[in-house]
Design a protein around this ligand. Structure first.
Ligand SMILES: [Zn+2]
Length: 106
């Protein structure tokens, strides 16, 4: 079962950032007030859906949102109840979603 903590603990940008001055300003679960696009798999986050919203300063201010499905996978990635290390299957599946979105064009 995904918990907010296990979702928010996953760092999708590990290795991608790390410039001096980069800051995470906000990292929390929110309810969509209007439709958004998932930054990872490019699916629509419908109004009213609970999803992860992260706001950071990476040179510029950036807002990233992840849909409920991606959140579920992120939670699985950090859920180490049954594993000694990261759940690599879930990480692979999570990464696949981005790859499929990239191949889908639009
Ligand atoms: Zn998504």
């Amino acid at each position: 079962m995904a918990t907010d903590q296990s979702i928010l603990a996953f760092n999708p940008f590990e290795g991608d950032f790390g410039e001096p001055g980069d800051t995470m300003l906000s990292n929390k679960m929110v309810v969509a007030a209007k439709p958004h696009e998932c930054c990872h798999c490019k699916s629509v986050i419908p109004k009213g859906e609970r999803h992860r919203c992260q706001i950071g300063k990476y040179g510029d201010f950036m807002t990233h949102r992840w849909c409920a499905t991606c959140c579920e996978l992120m939670a699985q990635c950090t859920d180490d109840d049954d594993y000694d290390s990261e759940n690599t299957d879930a990480v692979d599946e999570f990464e696949q979603r981005a790859a499929q979105a990239a191949q889908g064009g639009e």
